[in-house]
Design a protein around this ligand. Structure first.
Ligand code: GLA
Length: 384
């Protein structure tokens, strides 16, 4: 609990707590920024921010996990003058103000048990918790869908990572026991049950660290845009990938150079897989769902080229393990985690087997987490 440390740092008085979870994406990667479909779940790993509004215009934030502090005046928020970790909360304050909201000064103390840099959206969780804290302190009522857009803007403009909206959206709107289907073009969304008595989510973290602002993530995004621009010359109705399906795409693919064809083919086929996945999940068909996860991994590996040997090995082991429905890399890739859906009675054996094969191949252990689909962000008063 960050409240005790908060009192030590900022003195006595009432405190509120904003909490926001990380996420795992079950299927639909590199589709959100292309106006496509995703199916993530919020997880039971979260960021907690103890906070209190102040009567000045300063934002002071303590990162308890690494004993650092950052401060800035609300009138001169600037990414260059704060440490990298503080750009997420400060960025949210900056965008809220740019959109005309009047904020109060804040004292904040932040703690997280979302693994950092593992592809489980620790940064989106910080943004979502900060957004709720700033809104609560200034008595702003902003719908969570809108808040997700503001958090995404903070990451795009203040941090410099051109992410889509999936992570922030599910951190704010996730529900316990459910995955969240999101149409990232219209922001329409719907829950789909993820029953953990039938399937356990096992997350294997390769601990291959990525820093997405410097990874080829932004480059992939540009490749998708280039491919779409070429398609649009021949099919003007294709304003985004939302307007394409596999049949329409096949009729145009000969216009694309090889590399752009692969990138666009991933996006178009992945969108189709997500739509199919929601249907089969609702029908309780975990075998069909798992097959779509496997196909998604192959597409991310071969067409989108964002996997790595460590992720591929974990997915291969899952493919040979009893009780596994499906497995894939999750999130941006270039390292990070796999998500595997496995029958609960086989989950521990799979985890052991994956860790052993990983160690034999790479000489070190992956981190393995058994996670549950959990509720999205909330604010509550801290107990005295
Ligand atoms: C990161 C981004 C998301 C999404 C995924 C890939 O997590 O933050 O917006 O693009 O990568 O699906």
């Amino acid at each position: 609990m960050p409240s005790k440390e908060f009192l030590d740092l900022f003195g006595p008085g009432p405190i509120s707590i904003a909490r926001a979870p990380g996420r795992v994406n079950l299927i639909g990667d590199h589709t959100d920024y292309n106006g496509g479909y995703v199916l993530p779940a919020a997880i039971d790993r979260e960021v907690r921010i103890a906070f209190r509004p102040a009567d000045d215009a300063r934002v002071e934030i303590a990162a308890l996990d690494f004993s650092e502090k950052a401060a800035s005046d609300l009138k001169s928020l600037d990414a260059a003058s704060v440490p990298a970790w503080a750009r997420y909360p400060m960025g949210v304050a900056s965008i809220l103000q740019k959109e005309g909201h009047v904020l109060r000064g804040m004292r904040m103390a932040l703690r997280s048990n979302v693994p950092i840099g593992a592809g489980l959206s620790s940064s989106a969780a910080v943004e979502a918790a900060s957004a709720l804290a700033f809104c609560h302190a200034a008595k702003l009522r902003i719908a969570p869908e809108e808040l997700a857009r503001i958090c995404q803007r903070a990451e795009n403009e203040f941090v410099g990572m051109r992410c889509g909206i999936m992570d922030q959206f599910v951190s704010l709107l996730g529900k316990s026991g459910c995955a969240l289907f999101i149409d990232c073009q219209t922001l329409q969304h719907a829950l789909a049950p993820l029953d953990d008595s039938k399937a356990q989510m096992v997350i294997c973290d390769t601990r291959v660290k990525r820093e997405l602002t410097r990874s080829p993530y932004n480059q992939r995004r540009e490749e998708c845009e280039k491919a779409l621009a070429i398609i649009r010359q021949h099919l003007p109705s294709a304003a985004t990938y939302h307007d394409l399906n596999v049949t329409l795409f096949k009729a145009q693919e000969h216009h694309l150079p090889d590399l752009l064809l692969k990138r666009a083919r991933h996006v178009v086929t992945e969108n189709g897989r997500v739509l199919h996945a929601v249907k089969v999940l609702r029908a309780g068909d975990l075998i069909a769902f798992g097959a779509l996860m496997d196909a998604s991994h192959a597409s991310l590996r071969d067409d989108f080229e964002v996997s790595c040997p460590e992720l591929d090995l974990l997915v291969d082991v899952a493919g040979r393990s009893p009780g596994v429905y499906g497995s894939r890399m999750t999130g941006a890739g270039f390292g990070g985690c796999t998500v595997t859906l496995v029958a609960p009675r086989n989950a521990a054996d799979f985890a052991q087997e994956a860790a052993a094969e990983f160690k034999a191949q790479f000489g070190r252990e992956p981190a393995v987490h058994m996670l549950k689909a959990s509720d999205g962000a909330t604010v509550e008063s801290a107990k005295p």
